[in-house]
Design a binder for this molecule. Sequence first.
Ligand SMILES: Nc1ncnc2c1ncn2[C@@H]1O[C@H](COP(=O)(O)OP(=O)(O)OP(=O)(O)O)[C@@H](O)[C@H]1O
Length: 266
Amino acid sequence: MPTDTMPSGDILTLDAVSLSFGGTQALSDISFSVGKGELFAVIGPNGAGKTSMFNCLSGVYRPQAGSITINGESILGKRPDVVARLGIARMFQNIELFDNLTVLDNIKLGRHIHLRYNTIEAALRIGRARQAERDARRFAEDLIEFLSLQSVRNYPVGMLPYGVKKRVELGRALAMEPSLLLLDEPVAGMNVEETEDMARYILDIRSEMGITMIMVEHDMKLVMDLADRVLVLDFGRRIALGEPAAVQSDPAVLAAYLGAAESGHA
Ligand SMILES: Nc1ncnc2c1ncn2[C@@H]1O[C@H](COP(=O)(O)OP(=O)(O)OP(=O)(O)O)[C@@H](O)[C@H]1O
């Protein structure tokens, strides 16, 4: 199997993407494609450019050079909410939920990018607004079941343990029905059991929903167990791209991690 493209067709393509902050080159001439249904991981030592890449993919940063397309459409220069409507959803590393709202309401909020009705209809809860609200609720309820959140569905998110909050955050992103889901360190701060649960949900999302995912993660075991392909960045450059086993034994990757460990950046 070729390592640069997947046979099922590419959903995301980056071509010669470069991003700098003053004198710091955060991303340097990065090109790769992600295939439909693929679980793709991005790794690299601290400061390698992983977060910068996610920020480019979600419309937070605009690279100075190169192109990024999702389903053939450019996302460059588009606001994060527009990028979300084009099909890219992000599960944040630092949970970005409304603590005072319930699990159900937080997940329903993710659905709102799909709701199309005017303010008067919404205020009166008539016509399309009522139907859309019903659909949003049904969709959220299905996700609550999928993520085993039934027992906490009416709890305010603020009072839930960290691992459960992360699952709600995942539900909010899934409610957007993305074609590409960005997972920003999905198991950071989790214990072994929570990590195993999250790994299972990620695999279920791929097999049952067929959603393409890109995961930035420091947990190497998780990356090597789950990912179809792994992109390795170091100082903003692409140093390897391939299947986990090949990447793991790549001399350039070993050197990057060894160098980072010696200088305290791993
Ligand atoms: N907003 C910014 N302003 C200035 N420099 C930045 C900014 N964001 C990132 N950088 C720089 O770009 C480089 C890449 O940083 P980035 O956060 O993308 O790396 P990372 O791989 O996500 O690191 P970590 O694993 O520590 O989260 C670093 O040198 C960083 O200092």
